[in-house]
Design a binder for this molecule. Structure first.
Ligand code: N01
Length: 533
């Protein structure tokens, strides 16, 4: 395959890569070569086809805002879209903006090496191609690499074992089967509540109970949709200036300022109100003040106990080990009632951990269980895991994996010293853990595109963050994390779910407004923290 020369290589065809391709090629007139390992667009929504996969941000927020016609014409069917609808939406975006022609699908980037003399990235792919680019855009996503398998013996299992993020496109036959689900995070909860009615026996292996709250999904009426479209300019503006990047009512009071009766009323309103409102719209200090947090945690515990009939099962499902919200908030639809069904049982994988997968099923330290299908909902090596596997080598032969030996980090989530002209969309230490992703992605891509335009307009060839700016930002991320309750939990927010991964906040835990203010300040000061040559 011959060498191709372009302005920018973009890796990924999820929300990030599609918008980066559109912005740089269609709006900025750059030549672009985009790559995607999957056979089509979609990113996480291509891979995560497990039963019940659905977004827990409302469709009207979890969507692009960059094109008014697109906003008007895509009629979301449900308040919270399911995976097939989001995938169809992203395919529509790819077609509508003619993005597919810039992509080589089913193609992995295997090397990306900075050529100092030419001031170019030399990008190798597994189809044997070499692409030379001025800019390298990492839009490969944060939930791309699965958590490594904890359980030996998987190859001996006589039934089917499947990780939720590699669910076969043709599905897995679960009807009348004895099924195990390992994991009760966002994914496990969605799978459990969805498959329970289809299977003969369902056994859930739970290590940590979860503060799941009702999602509040339902069909979106024509009236609601039309009203939203008419109101979009305000809603999008408000979203960008709200903590979670979605226009939820803003919490203005401390939980400590209310009486127990007033708090109960507030939590009653938002518990059933849907999604992240329970965290974002009740009290502003839930994630800072342990006493305030405990009031919400207690409320949710009470609701779980009310909903689960068997007191022992209810106790096991009641979270006690971490503050509410310190592990990523999860949402459910009759999840707790699932455990009232006679064919559903809960195994305490904390007290009796899973030791291995056997020929017949799963062996814990206490017992061996027999299954036909084992579903692993054990999560991801969250962060730039995909990029870490692309063989990235920067200035002076420095490997990105060495640069990140103590943990992944990036100045404003977008750039690393020693890796000129390489930018991450929503990368490590960006805002994405607390910021509705499509909106955060648009902000990140717009910043990168503006920086490239500025670099070109001023006759520079490279933009590279200084070591001092990267270090200082890293300190800020740690300082912010320390005033929150996130470090009090064992959580992927801190890298804890992967054995041996350095403990470091995966994100800047300020929410959208402060992160946006930092980026605006960097832009207003003509890219403070970057050295332009
Ligand atoms: O992964 P997780 P996920 N033995 O890491 C358990 C996004 N998402 O795929 O908590 C037994 O949260 C683990 O137990 P513990 C969202 O951001 C979004 O569910 O470590 N159990 C936990 O219960 C989410 O946060 C949507 O003790 C083991 C589970 O596996 C992120 O993706 C939908 C174990 C893993 O939970 C990841 O969610 C779905 C072991 N050895 C996902 N190892 C939306 O709605 C792990 N576990 C947008």
């Amino acid at each position: 395959m011959s060498e191709t020369h372009v302005d920018a290589v973009i890796v990924g065809a999820g929300f990030s890569g599609l918008y980066a391709t559109h912005r740089l090629r269609n709006q900025q007139g750059l030549s672009v070569q985009s790559f995607e390992a999957a056979s089509g667009p979609g990113g996480v929504w291509h891979w995560n086809r497990y039963p019940g996969a659905r977004c827990d941000f409302e469709s009207i927020f979890y969507s692009f805002s960059f094109d008014e016609d697109l906003q008007r014409e895509w009629r979301w069917k449900e308040r919270y879209a399911a995976q097939p609808e989001i995938l169809a939406y992203l395919e529509h975006v790819a077609d509508r903006f003619d993005l597919r022609r810039s992509y080589r699908f089913s193609t992995r980037v295997t090397s990306a090496v900075w050529d100092e003399a030419a001031q170019r990235w030399v990008v190798g792919t597994d189809d044997g191609g070499v692409t030379i680019a001025r800019f390298f855009i990492n839009a490969a996503g944060a939930f791309t690499v699965n958590k490594p398998n904890d359980f030996p013996g998987q190859e001996t299992f006589r039934g089917t074992v499947v990780h939720t993020s590699r669910w076969p496109a043709g599905g897995v036959d679960l009807a009348g089967k004895r099924v195990a689900v390992v994991g009760t995070g966002s994914t496990g909860i969605q799978v459990i509540q969805t498959i329970a009615p289809q299977v003969a026996e369902l056994t859930v292996f739970q290590r940590t109970a979860n503060f799941a709250c009702p999602l509040g999904n339902r069909p979106l009426t024509d009236e609601e949709f039309e009203q939203t479209v008419a109101d979009y300019p305000r809603l999008r503006e408000e979203s960008r200036n709200s903590l979670a990047g979605a226009a939820y009512p803003r919490a203005t009071r401390s939980a400590m300022a209310d009486s127990p009766e007033e708090r109960r009323k507030t939590y009653d309103t938002y518990y059933d109100g849907g999604g992240f409102r329970m965290l974002a719209s009740t009290y502003f200090d839930l994630i800072f003040n342990p006493a305030s947090n405990e009031t919400a945690a207690d409320y949710i515990r009470d609701r779980i106990r009310e909903r689960v009939k068997d007191p022992k099962t209810a106790e096991l499902l009641t979270p006690k080990a971490h503050p509410y919200g310190a592990k990523r908030a999860t949402f459910e639809t009759k999840y707790f009632e699932t455990f009232n069904l006679p064919h559903v049982r809960l195994v305490d994988a904390k007290t009796t951990p899973i030791e291995r997968i056997t020929e017949k099923g799963i062996a814990t330290t206490a017992e061996e269980y027999e299954f036909d299908v084992i579903v692993l909902a054990t999560g991801f090596d969250v962060g730039a895991g995909a990029l870490m596997r692309m063989g990235v080598v920067g200035r002076g032969g420095r490997k990105l994996t060495d640069h990140w030996a103590d943990g992944q980090r990036a100045y404003i989530g977008m750039a690393n010293h020693g890796f000129p002209n390489l930018f991450h969309v929503n990368g490590p230490q960006g805002p994405a853990a607390l910021f509705n992703n499509p909106t955060a992605i648009e902000d990140s891509v717009d910043f990168i595109a503006d920086l490239i335009a500025y670099t070109d307009a001023h006759g520079h060839r490279t933009a590279e963050v200084t070591a001092a700016a990267e270090d200082r930002y890293n300190e800020v991320v740690a300082e912010v994390a320390d005033v929150t309750l996130f470090p009090k939990a064992v959580t992927w927010y801190m890298g804890d779910n992967i054995p041996g991964k350095p403990r470091r906040p995966i994100s800047l835990f300020t929410g959208a407004p402060m992160y946006r203010a930092i980026c605006a300040e960097v832009q207003a000061t003509e890219y403070a923290g970057f050295s332009l040559d």
